[in-house]
Design a protein around this ligand. Structure first.
Ligand SMILES: C[S@@+](CC[C@H](N)C(=O)[O-])C[C@H]1O[C@@H](n2cnc3c(N)ncnc32)[C@H](O)[C@@H]1O
Length: 283
């Protein structure tokens, strides 16, 4: 079942950030389940570019969240590999402590100056609800700076389509407007390869899988539904703080619209979105 979280949610407290999703226990649970689904959809792969990490490699996870990718990567890599995580909010960080895990608080758009040319791999997943268009360029420039020559960046995002019926189309139009008015991009996946190239990355490649949405697609469809609906539902406080944008008079109305989308996905066979991985090498 899609879990409805109707109480007010806890947001990050990073000054100046436009990040739209909550940072609380329901969000931690959503992120951990979502990681399992994404990993399954890509047949267990966590690292996509053809990088062969050295024994003493340092790698970076930007927007670490609950640390699901970072912890999984740690279990697959030699203990000598040092794994860094950075996020504007540490509330969701895993409690696991290990000498090769290094977590800090900060923004992707201004990473520490002493990280220049440090990492062999930079991974970033699902910052779609965080950056403005300008911040995408700034964050990717920062990734370029902190990578060692020959190092790879990989970005993983969802979209650009959410295909189903009329209720979904209506909500996606709303998201386009809501994020667009803040300068954010709901269809960021379309631009990622060009943003990497404009920062100087070479050998830029893309891989994409469909993520089915709704009961009609069995257990993975239910998980795809819950992961996406959970994120969309999590925007309610931000939307209502913005006065509902002329789309929703109350939080209840917003919740009802999201319930309608979830029901549509359950019955409209073929409902799906995409997960796209885009990676490139710093020459
Ligand atoms: C949707 S979550 C994804 C978490 C994780 N990457 C995953 O795939 O499970 C997005 C994360 O990015 C973080 N975030 C938002 N803006 C950020 C920024 N400017 N710099 C670093 N992290 C940011 C949020 O706090 C949140 O933890």
């Amino acid at each position: 079942m899609t879990s409805t979280v109707t109480a007010e949610r806890t947001a990050h407290s990073y000054p100046g950030s436009l990040y739209l999703l909550p940072s609380d226990e329901p969000e931690r649970e959503r992120l951990l389940k979502q990681h399992q689904l994404y990993t399954r959809l890509f047949s267990g792969r966590l690292i996509f570019p053809p990088v062969s990490l050295s024994e003493s490699a340092e790698i970076l996870d930007i927007g670490t969240g609950a640390g699901a990718w970072l912890c999984d990567a740690r279990s697959q890599l030699p203990e000598s590999v040092q794994i860094y995580g950075v996020d504007i909010e540490s509330r969701l960080y895993p409690s696991v402590t290990s000498p090769n895990i290094h977590l800090s608080v900060g923004s992707a758009t201004s990473l520490p100056s002493y990280w220049s040319s440090k990492f062999e791999l930079v991974h970033q997943r699902l910052l779609i609800a965080a950056y403005t268009r300008e911040q995408w360029f700034k964050a990717v420039d920062e990734m370029y700076r902190v990578l060692a020559p020959g190092g790879y960046v990989q970005l993983i995002e969802t979209g650009p389509e959410w295909r189903s019926g009329a209720k979904t189309a209506k909500h996606v139009l709303f998201l386009d407007d809501f994020l667009g008015r803040k300068g954010q991009m709901i269809r960021c996946t379309v631009y990622l390869a060009d943003i990497l190239k404009s920062a100087g990355f070479v050998d830029v490649s893309e891989e994409e899988v469909n993520m089915n949405l709704g009961k009609w697609a069995g257990p993975d469809g239910i998980e795809g539904r819950d992961s996406t609906i959970g994120a969309w539902r999590g925007m309610r406080d931000a939307v209502m703080k913005a006065g509902g944008m002329g789309y929703f008079a109350t939080g209840e109305e917003f919740d009802k619209a999201i319930d309608g989308v979830a029901e549509e996905w359950d019955t409209a066979e073929g409902s799906h979105t995409q997960i796209r991985v885009v990676y490139g090498r710093k020459p």
